[in-house]
Design a binder for this molecule. Structure first.
Ligand SMILES: Nc1ncnc2c1ncn2[C@@H]1O[C@H](COP(=O)(O)OP(=O)(O)OP(=O)(O)O)[C@@H](O)[C@H]1O
Ligand SMILES: [Mg+2]
Length: 260
């Protein structure tokens, strides 16, 4: 893994993350289980890539490897600095307010105390939660919690944001709004995003590139470049059309591996 020292070499970095021939096996009672097989993929600076695949195909495993939470069995992974992470569960500290959850991330990054409050207010504004600094986690809706989680991830000032089905637990309307917000924030910050989902429409709605993983073991099955201009809506005809094409390929993958 590259280190946070990568900050000094930004000008020469051609990718936010690069995986080369990455494989991952887990030890199971039945022997070694190969979960990811020979994955080679990179994400360019500022690029938005969605990783799509059936349940259990290894998406979260791959994201955990990029995050440095686990190590590949074979192959190499480099990242431009330490990635920020966002999961389906917001993982906010319930005993802290929305603002304090964000400030903690700033504190861990070494931001001086006197700057933290102002920066937190800016981040709350970025996710359109101005005025919510003092709210407790239980006072926030699911969508608001994911906004705070997004602000906390952004507080890390990483150049790559890894998102593992961050909106999967939300209702369709809230998810739609957060898609718009994420697209806007991505446009404003120039972040690279690697976004995992099993929702084809969501993948097409958000990404510049969709990478489809096959199942058992996860291999790169196909890639699509998405040329549809942003902002998109999930019900736009070109989004629906490409989603249909991808769904057919995904269904073929699932049939081949006997999953549902
Ligand atoms: N730590 C582990 N030890 C053993 N097996 C594991 C471990 N982590 C994941 N696996 C196995 O690896 C496979 C892929 O899991 P993973 O969570 O990456 O799938 P996923 O694509 O994220 O699925 P979902 O869409 O349901 O979230 C599964 O068969 C899972 O049981
Ligand atoms: Mg997963």
């Amino acid at each position: 893994m590259a280190t946070t020292l990568a900050k000094e070499t930004t000008a020469s970095v051609e990718y936010a993350t690069r995986l080369e021939h990455v494989s991952k096996s887990f030890a199971t009672p039945g022997g070694q289980q190969l979960v990811l097989d020979d994955i080679t993929i990179d994400v360019a600076p500022g690029e938005f890539v969605t990783l799509l695949g059936a349940s259990g195909c290894g998406k979260s495993t791959l994201l955990n490897l990029v995050a440095g939470l686990d190590r590949p069995t074979a192959g190499s992974i480099t990242t431009d600095g330490r990635p920020a992470l966002m999961f389906q569960e917001h993982a906010l500290f319930p005993w802290l307010t929305a603002g304090k959850n964000i400030e903690l991330a700033l504190k861990l990054r070494g931001v001086p105390k006197e700057e933290r409050r102002g920066r937190t207010e800016e981040l709350l504004e970025l996710v359109r939660l101005q005025g919510s600094y003092g709210k407790r986690v239980h006072e926030l809706s699911g969508g608001m919690r994911q906004r705070v989680a997004m602000a906390r991830a952004l507080a890390q000032e990483s150049r790559i944001l890894l998102m593992d089905e961050p909106f999967a637990a939300l209702d369709a309307i809230t998810r739609d709004v957060l898609h718009d917000e994420l697209t806007r924030i991505w446009g404003e910050t120039g972040l690279s995003v690697l976004f995992v989902t099993h929702n084809v429409r969501e993948a097409v709605r958000l990404a510049q590139r969709v990478v489809l993983l096959s199942s058992r073991p996860g291999r790169i099955a196909r890639e699509w470049t998405v040329d549809i201009p942003q902002p998109r809506r999930i019900e736009d005809a070109p989004v629906a059309e490409l989603s249909l094409e991808i769904t057919d390929v995904l269904r073929g993958e699932i049939r081949r591996h006997g999953q549902q």
